[in-house]
Design a protein around this ligand. Structure first.
Ligand SMILES: [Zn+2]
Ligand SMILES: [Zn+2]
Length: 462
């Protein structure tokens, strides 16, 4: 062994001590994280499908043309894109090459430059080609080029928009790739389902904007086929969610209230089950009649024992402690969700929606929990209308089931126009979520049992 000069040895010792301290510190940090047992991890992204990068020329000149086009039509000179929507198309040609050549040519369209393009083209054999960077705008849909990614699918006209789109839906390789691509984009950019549109439905998009009064007159991907496509995307996303079977049953902390109280969910039933249900006892802090129902359901789950069952007592522990509708910051949490959020209700009214959607830690916690577990069905308890609330349109089997077992009547359309509610936000995610409005008074024992049984049946879906 070689003897080290003393100074070097001392320095080495110092380094060693420092490294040990750092190691201890990092270990401490890790243990600190682990101590928040069952905290909700970030939602995993849908896997990126295999994509062939085959870029069209998109030089500075074309970028300038795109920025000028944006200025004329959207009021801002910009060629960069932050995707907030996806638009489906078909090429009306029979080959990928012809689509590529059209997009590469940069020939004026409707008298304006740059030429048309789309970020993606999906060939008939299922190959996904990417033609521009994702942060670059393409002209593919009037009114939406500033916010959307375009997906073209190779297909010649087969007798109108619906028939032609159906041909693609029936072509397994191509449809599967297009759906996987849309699912990946949707999850990567957190795009709501309603902003996945067809060229034919683009004029109706909430994001549509054209300062020159231009409108689309294309028939590709009208409502019917679009609905099928969306359903497949949603199924893809649900199928891929990593079912956290390893995650423990029991107490899960999913956030913290404004005053620092933990937001607590309890996971029971069968975590490996393919079906997930979420039951929320209280969101308005002075409406506590649902709490004994949740407790009863945890004790005697009945058919919900076979479901991945998530129950939350209150999402609003501060409001509950103060016997107040809102959270500690005076915000109505059930007006604080992002769909149809409406900021006009004043502070102090009890219905104050907060300064912006998801401004509150409680609504954010619930949002993240829902994103994480993707419940097939969710029930929220409120008071005092005394009815199972069902939407004006769409399937109401679960609402009927609850009504039948609990004996509480159904009220259709009631509460539908309320802004920023949790149920609206979840329905936007294609989830079944509804409100059970209990009456004014506490439920008696028999009532608690009836409602717990109804919730268990809905959780189990039968
Ligand atoms: Zn189109
Ligand atoms: Zn309420």
């Amino acid at each position: 062994m070689q003897v080290l000069p003393k100074r070097v040895a001392v320095t080495l010792l110092g380094v060693l001590v420092l490294a040990t301290l750092l190691w201890l510190a990092s270990d401490e940090a890790e243990r600190g994280t682990a101590a928040v047992e069952g905290a909700v991890p970030a939602r995993s992204e849908y896997p990126k499908p295999r994509i062939e990068y085959d870029p069209i020329p998109y030089d500075r000149k074309r970028k300038r043309q795109m920025a000028n086009y944006s200025n004329r039509h959207y009021g801002k000179s910009e060629w960069r894109l932050e995707p907030r929507a996806i638009v489906l198309h078909y090429t009306a040609g029979s080959t990928y090459e012809s689509a590529f050549n059209t997009f590469a040519s940069n020939a004026p369209a409707l008298g304006e430059k740059p030429g048309v393009c789309a970020q993606f083209v999906v060939d008939k054999d299922g190959t996904i080609y990417q033609l521009t960077r994702l942060y670059v705008r393409c002209r593919h849909t009037i009114g939406l080029n500033h916010v959307s990614v375009g997906i073209e699918m190779v297909q010649e006209d087969a007798g109108g928009g619906a028939a032609t789109s159906d041909v693609i839906l029936d072509r397994r390789a191509q449809a599967r790739s297009a759906v996987a691509l849309a699912a990946w984009l949707k999850s990567r950019y957190r795009i709501p389902m309603r902003d996945l549109v067809g060229h034919a439905t683009a004029n109706d998009s909430r994001l549509f904007k054209d300062l020159e009064g231009w409108r689309n007159d294309h028939g590709d991907w009208p409502k019917g086929p679009l609905k099928v496509f969306r359903k497949r995307v949603s199924r893809q996303l649900k199928g891929s969610r990593d079912r956290p079977a390893r995650e423990p049953r029991g107490r899960v902390v999913f956030g913290e209230s404004a005053e620092g109280r933990p937001l607590i969910a309890r996971r029971s039933g069968d975590p490996g089950s393919g079906r997930t249900a979420l039951i929320v006892g209280e969101i308005h802090g002075d409406e506590e009649a649902g709490l004994p129902v949740v407790r009863r359901l945890r004790r005697s789950p009945g058919p919900a024992a076979n479901v991945d069952l998530w129950t939350v007592g209150t999402v609003n522990p501060d409001g509950h402690a103060a016997d107040r509708r809102t959270n500690a910051r005076g915000v109505d949490l059930n007006r604080n969700f992002s769909v149809d959020w409406d900021g006009s209700e004043p502070e102090g009214s009890g219905y104050y929606p907060g300064p912006e959607p998801f401004s509150e830690p409680e609504s954010r916690g619930l949002r993240d929990l829902i994103r994480r577990i993707d419940p097939d069905v969710t029930i929220y308890y409120h008071q005092p209308w005394g009815a199972v609330l069902a939407p004006c349109q769409g399937a109401v089997q679960m609402h009927r089931l609850y009504s039948r077992v609990s004996g509480l009547g159904i009220d259709r359309c009631r509460g539908e126009d309320l802004p920023g509610t949790a149920t609206k936000w979840q329905r936007e995610r294609n989830e079944i979520a509804f409100v059970v409005e209990l009456g004014d008074d506490r439920l008696g024992d028999a009532g608690v049992r009836r409602h717990a049984r109804a919730a268990a049946r809905v959780a189990a879906g039968r």
